[in-house]
Design a protein around this ligand. Structure first.
Ligand code: ADP
Ligand code: F6P
Length: 451
């Protein structure tokens, strides 16, 4: 079997990585072995022009540093102030500076230069996410001919959103150098096809085959999964029960998200506020635990979402708290995975209410962590990629606080039989389409892609 070389912006070098991509890729590489290359997280004025190799994992890891300017323009700039808002339907939050696109191209070119000397004949190269769209083209320029696949962890924008990018056709030029494009959901593949047709002279040859700039590209849907078995084991081993019971004495609803405007956290808080306003019997009976570590804090839109959520939580707590009870507990720290699993298991309701999301692994983790004999209820936004398969969750529109508040009430009151039926069906999907299934299915398709 040829070697797998995975490249992503972020690579976990420490403990407790958060973010769906690192959690999933770590699980995939642990099984298959290979090399994982990514940004170290360090910015230095004069970074080494060579990859640094790290010991201590079941697979090889190699990282590179960035200059502060590269970090500003490539990561905070084009990746997270242009592509991220556009892909999440928030072009209004986009901030375009001319140097962002230059920095994005420059860093991708540099990563290709650092990586190329370590590639071997026959390697399968798997590039991840929106930070690295141009990487295949840069590797091709350096003579790399083997199979290169891309997997997009976030939504692909439709034609109207794509058109707001600084240079829309360039996105498709970047993508034309891949042999296989992987998307989280059918919705993303449909958006890709519609945007390519409307913004370029790409030709769609079949449901999965496209001709762009004289190259044949295959595209498919590969919904990402979790390491379900190990998550079930973590949750069963967790001993959080007693601690949480003594902490709250009430039913718990849980939200676990990076503190991102795409995650719908203010909408969730407002719905909880409506719930408490409309059903005073829930006073001291239900609490919302929101775990949300901040990311991308130098980007203004992230500073705003932090202020907005903290302000809202403070206001709701001020309005409803009693001497014995705080309705919203808001934690900004990363939490070790086994502890997280225990918290999911203790929560009667899992709240996954993004306004837009590629997949959302928290939805799958919540289901895997439940006690099958007395499981909690997943409330899931219809705008998460996960909603395409997890139809037994309570599917809601997160923009409608009344609908969400009603779903919270329904989940809290749901009879045991119904909870068990819904959970059994959801768990089956989470276990069948786990992270191993995801990477194996993707890599099989890459091996068969026309190239
Ligand atoms: P995204 O990729 O946008 O961050 P996902 O829901 O797909 O969203 O993935 C988030 C991942 O990060 C999950 O595996 C989740 O458990 C993990 N995570 C999120 N918040 C925390 C936290 N506070 N501590 C530890 N892990 C976290
Ligand atoms: O899954 C989407 C994603 O942007 C990943 O590419 C990224 O690793 C993760 O979320 C966390 O974001 P960041 O690395 O910017 O903190």
């Amino acid at each position: 079997m040829s070697r797998l070389v995975a490249v992503s912006n972020r690579i976990p070098l420490g403990d407790n990585p958060s973010g769906g991509l690192v959690v999933a890729l770590q699980d995939a590489l642990r099984t298959s072995g290979g090399l994982w290359v990514g940004f170290s997280g360090e910015t230095v004025e004069d970074p080494a022009e060579a990859l640094a190799f790290h010991e201590g994992a079941a697979f090889q890891r190699a990282s590179f540093d960035l200059t502060p300017q590269d970090h500003d323009e490539y990561y905070l700039g084009y990746s997270n102030s242009v592509l991220w808002p556009v892909c999440h339907g928030r072009a209004d939050l986009m901030r375009i500076l001319p140097e962002y696109l230059d920095g994005y191209r420059r860093v991708n070119e540099r990563i290709a230069r650092l990586l190329a000397p370590h590639l071997r004949e026959g390697d399968r190269i798997w590039i991840h996410d929106y930070q690295l769209f141009p990487l295949a083209g840069e590797l091709r320029k350096l003579g790399v001919r083997g199979p290169i696949g891309h997997f997009l962890h976030i939504p692909f924008p439709g034609p109207a959103d794509c058109a707001t990018l600084p240079n829309p056709p360039e996105l498709f030029e970047w993508l034309s150098h891949y042999d296989l494009l992987g998307f989280q959901a059918q919705r993303d593949l449909d958006n890709f096809a519609a945007s390519a047709r409307s913004l370029t002279d790409a030709e769609q040859v079949s449901d999965h085959d496209f001709r762009i700039a004289d190259r044949h590209i295959r595209a498919g849907v590969f919904p990402i999964g979790i390491d379900a078995d190990s998550f079930v084991a973590e949750a069963e081993g967790a001993r959080e029960e007693d601690r949480m019971r003594s902490l709250t004495g009430s039913q718990m609803m849980i939200g676990v998200d990076r503190l991102d405007y795409s995650k719908g956290i203010p909408q969730r808080f407002r719905a909880f506020q409506y719930l408490l306003e409309n059903d005073p019997s829930l006073t001291e009976q239900v609490m919302l635990l929101q775990i949300a570590p901040p990311t991308r804090e130098s980007v203004e839109a992230y500073q705003q979402i932090r202020e907005e959520t903290e302000h809202l939580a403070g206001r709701i707590n001020g309005q409803f708290a009693t001497v014995n009870w705080t309705p919203i507990r808001f934690i900004h720290r990363p939490i070790p995975r086994n502890e997280l699993a225990g918290l999911y298991r203790q929560s009667r309701v899992g709240l996954v209410t993004p306004l837009a999301d590629g997949m959302n692994l928290v939805a799958k983790e919540y289901v895997a962590a439940q006690n099958a004999a007395d499981p909690g209820v997943l409330i899931l936004s219809r705008f998460a990629g996960a909603a395409e398969a997890m139809t037994e969750a309570l599917i809601i529109n997160p923009h409608d606080p009344w609908e969400l508040a009603q779903a919270m009430q329904q989940a809290i009151a749901m009879p045991l039989d119904e909870r068990r039926d819904r959970h059994a069906a959801l768990l089956r999907g989470v276990v069948e389409q786990d992270v191993g299934w995801w990477s194996a299915t993707y890599l099989r398709a890459l091996a068969q892609a026309p190239g």
